[in-house]
Each structure stands twice: as structure tokens, then as C-alpha cells.
Design a protein around this ligand. Structure first.
Ligand code: GDP
Length: 335
């Protein structure tokens, strides 16, 4: 089968139930949207295949939203900020979807966006769609499902997709890998920015926001200049964008319009230089490689001969009776 034949064979006819989902999503109906995301999140093999067919049909209608990643430690004010931003955007006539990547949710049952009382006003607004983090066992699984849900939201005509994540672990890198702009929320105290630098998070931020500036405006200004100094030490990701540091009060809704203007400026600057589309292309390829890596790993682990030999070889490596490279070569040879 040549490549055009392969690609068209990958788009089989949809059955009636899946056609309904696709049509409902494209008609911007929230129920089919939620059902499609549930299908994407399902662990059942037949659901996974249906989800891919539905996604395939929706794909030509994706790409139209601004994808905004938002991260910060618990308590920094993410949900307060997302609610203020979401309501502001809706006032501007935009539709807003909020998704989350929280790898701890499979353990805790959902620590972000899971609580219905968060973003109460936004969640009741018909121009908003809020979806908690999917529960999957690995960060890769959670991120993959969120990424696909993001595409479904785009097909449903949302103008802005906000992807929230907690400021711990590798989830930031995953969200930065699917967002057009990655925003880091910080508290106005000095220790915080240094922590973010240590963890390498500041390097992937396109925009830094110091929240809770209402509590002590002069502390917020001090934090702003400290962070700006720290940013000078980092290599900029784009020659056309200097990472801005904004001060904001999510609670008092101060600085939300300025935040959105900055996001718009970012989009304009990177679109003009061609980097905006290049970033999306790069993200799509990186995603493919990630799926190949995880697919290879799971095939490897489920291979009968690997399963049979792995325990003894692992013991031999631990005991020093064989080298890690000899053991790895032998096991990989079975693939
Ligand atoms: P999250 O865990 O990052 O989602 O943080 P929340 O949005 O739940 O906020 C944690 C607490 O900080 C809540 O009590 C908020 O009311 C409060 N908070 C959030 N933003 C601000 C702000 O700009 N100023 C002040 N004073 N408090 C805020």
C-alpha cells in the first residue's frame, strides 16, 4: 500500500453513532463534545479505535484556537485567574474551554478542576466548557488525552483553550508542548522565582505573571525586577520575544486585560516571524515521536520472550554477572 492509499484507508466511514458525535461537535453542542472527550479518555480498546476515527474526522476543523498553557504551584491563584480571564474573554465575545493536565489526579481523584466549586461563575456560563484532568496512569497518557481533547474543543469552535497544570513534576513540559503560549504564575515572594529557575520551568515560560499583587504591591514590584534579572541569564526561546513579567490580581481582576493584550502581542510577533506555525508543526512531530516511544516501550514489555527473560536478566545485571548493555541488547533483539 502506498502512502496516499494508506492515509485514505486510515479514514474509514464513520458509523451512525460516531457521525452523530462529529456532527454534534461541529454544531458546537456541548453534550456531544463531552461525550467525545469521554470516548477519548476511555481505556477500552474499541473506544480507543472509535475515538481515533472521530478525531480523524474532526481534524480538518482544528487549529483555530489560541492555546494558552497556565501553570503555577497550588495556591498561587490559577483557578481564580482562569475564571477572571475566562469571563473577560467571554465579555469580548469569545468562547473559552478549560482543560487540565494533572498526573496526580489518578491518585487523588482529581485535584485540579475536579472540585465543582472552583470557577463557579465560569462553569455556569454557556460560552465556557470546563473539563477536569483525565485520570490515566502515566503523565504521558494524561497529556495525550488532554491534547486530543484540545483538538475536539477546537473543532467545536472554541476561540481560546486554556490548559491548566500544577507546578510540580514534568506536567509543565507536557503542557508547554501543546500550548502556543506557556504562562507561569508566581507568588510575590523572593524564594519562588529561584525555585522555578532550579526546576527549569522559567526556561519554558513565554510569559510570567506575579499574582496577588494586591496584597503587597511593592513586594510584587520587587519580585518583578528580580525575575526580570533572572530571565536575563536565560537564553531566549525566540529572538522576536522578550519574556514579559506582569503583575496581576486575579482576585480583584486587575491586570487581566493587560495579560490578554500581551498574549495577543505574542501571537502577532511570532506569526510575523513564522515561528507560530513552526512551533505547532514541531509540537505535532514531537507528539508523534512521543507516541512512537511509548508504543515501542509497551510492545517491548508485552513481548512474550522479553517477559520470559527479563526477570533473570535484570537479576544478572543487579548481581554484576552480566553488563546492562549486554542484557539490553539481548532483550531488544527480540523486537
Ligand atoms: P490554585 O490552587 O492555584 O488554583 O489557587 P486558587 O485560585 O484556588 O487560589 C488560592 C487562594 O488564593 C484562594 O483563597 C484565592 O481567593 C486566593 N487568591 C487568588 N488570587 C488572588 C489575588 O490576586 N489576590 C489575593 N489577595 N488572593 C488571591
Amino acid at each position: 500500500m502506498n502512502m496516499p492509499e494508506f492515509l485514505s484507508a486510515m479514514q474509514p466511514e464513520l458509523d451512525a453513532a460516531d457521525r452523530n458525535l462529529v456532527d454534534g461537535v461541529l454544531a458546537r453542542q456541548l453534550r456531544p463534545l463531552a461525550k467525545t472527550i469521554t470516548l477519548i479518555e476511555s481505556q477500552r480498546e474499541d473506544h480507543k479505535q472509535r475515538a481515533q476515527r472521530v478525531l480523524e474526522a474532526l481534524l480538518p476543523h482544528t487549529g483555530g484556537a489560541m492555546r494558552v498553557g497556565i501553570s503555577g504551584v497550588p495556591g498561587v491563584g490559577k483557578s481564580t485567574f482562569i475564571e477572571a480571564l475566562g469571563l473577560y474573554l467571554i465579555e469580548q465575545g469569545l468562547r473559552v474551554a478549560v482543560l487540565a493536565v494533572d498526573p496526580s489526579s489518578s491518585v487523588t481523584g482529581g485535584s485540579i478542576l475536579g472540585d465543582k466549586t472552583r470557577m463557579e461563575l465560569l462553569s455556569q456560563n454557556p460560552a465556557a466548557f470546563i473539563r477536569p484532568s483525565p485520570s490515566a496512569c502515566s503523565l504521558g497518557g494524561v497529556a495525550e488525552k488532554t491534547r486530543e481533547s484540545m483538538l475536539v474543543c477546537e473543532a467545536a469552535g472554541f476561540d481560546v483553550i486554556i490548559i491548566e497544570t500544577v507546578g510540580v513534576g514534568q506536567s509543565e513540559t507536557a503542557v508547554a508542548g501543546m500550548a502556543d503560549i506557556f504562562c507561569l504564575l508566581q507568588l510575590p515572594n523572593a524564594g519562588d522565582d529561584l525555585q522555578a529557575i532550579k526546576k527549569g520551568i522559567m526556561e519554558i515560560a513565554d510569559l510570567i505573571v506575579i499574582n496577588k499583587a494586591d496584597i503587597d504591591p511593592s513586594a510584587a514590584m520587587r519580585a518583578k525586577s528580580q525575575i526580570k534579572t533572572a530571565l536575563h541569564m536565560l537564553r531566549p526561546a525566540s529572538p522576536n520575544w522578550t519574556v514579559p513579567v506582569l503583575t496581576l490580581s486575579a482576585l480583584k481582576k486587575g491586570g487581566v486585560a493587560e495579560f490578554w493584550n500581551t498574549v495577543t502581542d505574542y501571537r502577532k510577533a511570532l506569526t510575523a516571524s513564522g515561528e507560530f506555525d513552526a512551533k505547532r508543526r514541531h509540537q505535532a512531530l514531537a507528539w508523534m515521536w512521543e507516541l512512537i516511544d511509548s508504543g515501542l516501550r509497551s510492545r517491548f514489555r508485552s513481548h512474550p520472550q522479553v517477559k520470559q527473560e527479563l526477570p533473570a536478566l535484570a537479576r544478572a545485571v543487579e548481581e554484576g554477572s552480566t553488563t546492562p548493555s549486554i542484557a539490553a541488547l539481548r532483550l531488544l533483539g527480540h523486537l
